[in-house]
Write a protein that binds this ligand. Structure first.
Ligand SMILES: [Zn+2]
Length: 417
């Protein structure tokens, strides 16, 4: 009880070699043979060394595990050892509560399996072997899909090696963008499936069942026709909404293209250090309201350096206008801006902006639906992408897709609250 280890009591506590060593055992009690039920007789103890949650020092649990012999001589079981599932898994070497601690560290503290292994005084493999079955169990629990009313879909590249070795480079991710009772978007990564296709999304939706699909009111997506088809087929009652994050990204991508083209036309080469437009590429990607006075001056100086740079400035203003539709506090005002964007961009003399305008016109209803569904998809996809990037960097890459899926689901809230 002293240590809060369920099912065992502490015999003694010792500090040696910078370790806290806690010897534990179960209270004596009659036990039946697990095979035939006949009362067993004690055959002494076996010492099992377990890793426990570290404090200021590492902690080792010495479990004096009871060995029993079946009372029936004819029983095939002969001898067996006691099991205390609340203390440790059958063949485990990390206590159950240390496994829980490790999962909490991976989930909330940006821990790495390597770092946890170091803290526990064991290997990467030992930690992962203890944690993985628990994550598999959590991932298989369909209850985690309950209450999803806004569902997002997004994809990312998870490796850069030969697909024949590691499978498709892209993964499609399903994100829970529903609001909780406090009105906050949940942003939970629900699942990752191989490939980027409407088919991958559609079959995942089919697997979730009728109740789940009927529950989804809003389906957020990036402008990819495959996803739209999947939504039309599997989520008939849901409103398709272009994800704000992706639309704003289309705007910044168009500005980037204009900047590179103008650079090439005026200089005859790609931008390099010292070129005026090259120096402002990060400024052009930021929101106008976030620019410092110094950045404003740098932007103006770079634009005024050549009359040809005006085109970049106009493109930047267009992207800012698009962005402001989402950033305006008043939703009706945002909708007015969005309608103006969709009605004017395609006529813009800057080809990159005109193309963006045509894309938005093709997706008109899904683009404008954002403003009639109460900002249902705001920020969540971006937040999940940020967590995925951070954890991929922390782990210095992944080789195994199943491990990658479990780790990303855990870090991005898909397995635990
Ligand atoms: Zn028996």
């Amino acid at each position: 009880m002293l240590l809060g280890l369920d099912g065992v009591h502490v015999e003694h506590v010792d500090r040696r070699d910078g370790l806290l060593v806690v010897t534990v055992s179960t209270p004596a009690a009659p036990i039946g043979c697990p095979s035939c039920g006949v009362v067993a007789t004690g055959r002494g103890r076996r010492r099992r060394l377990l890793h426990d949650v570290p404090g200021t020092t590492r902690v080792r649990i010495v479990w004096r595990q009871r060995v029993w012999r079946c009372g029936d001589d004819g029983c095939a079981k002969k001898t067996f050892v006691e099991q205390v599932p609340t203390l440790v898994a059958r063949r485990g070497s990390i206590t159950k509560r240390a496994v829980g601690w490790a999962i909490g560290q991976l989930r909330r503290e940006h821990a790495t399996v390597h770092g946890l292994a170091r803290q526990l005084g064991t290997s990467w493999k030992t930690v992962w072997r203890a944690v993985e079955p628990e994550l598999v169990r959590l991932a298989a629990d369909e209850a985690r899909f309950e209450g999803v009313t806004t569902l997002g879909v997004d994809e990312h590249v998870w490796h850069h090696v030969d697909p024949r070795k590691r499978g498709p480079k892209e993964l499609t991710g399903m994100v829970d963008l529903s609001r909780d009772s406090a009105g906050k978007t949940r942003s939970r990564l629900l699942d990752l499936v191989p490939g980027r296709s409407g088919k991958a999304y559609a079959s995942w939706l089919a697997d979730r069942g009728d109740t789940f699909r009927k529950n989804v009111r809003v389906a957020a997506l990036d402008p990819f026709a495959g996803y739209k088809t999947a939504i039309n087929d599997k989520l008939e009652d849901a409103t398709a909404v272009l994800d704000a994050f992706h639309v704003v990204k289309l705007g910044t991508a168009a500005v980037d293209e204009v900047r590179r083209r103008v650079q090439q036309d005026t200089l005859g080469h790609r931008g390099r250090k010292g070129d005026p437009l090259y120096g402002i590429q990060t400024i052009l990607r930021a929101g106008a309201e976030n620019l410092t006075d110094k950045q404003q001056v740098r932007l103006t100086t770079a634009i005024e350096a050549d009359p040809a740079h005006d085109e970049v400035f106009v493109a930047w203003q267009c992207a800012q206008q698009l962005r402001s539709a989402y950033h305006t506090k008043d939703l009706a005002e945002g909708q007015r801006i969005a309608e103006k964007v969709v009605d004017t961009f395609h006529t813009c003399p800057i080809p990159e902006i005109a193309r963006l305008g045509r894309t938005l016109r093709r997706w008109r209803s899904a683009f404008l639906a954002y403003f009639t569904t109460g900002r249902s998809s705001n920020g969540g996809t971006e937040a999940v992408n940020g967590i995925i990037e951070l954890h991929r960097r922390l782990a210095r890459g992944y080789r195994n897709r199943d491990n990658y899926r479990l780790r990303m689901l855990l870090a991005a809230g898909g397995l635990t609250q």
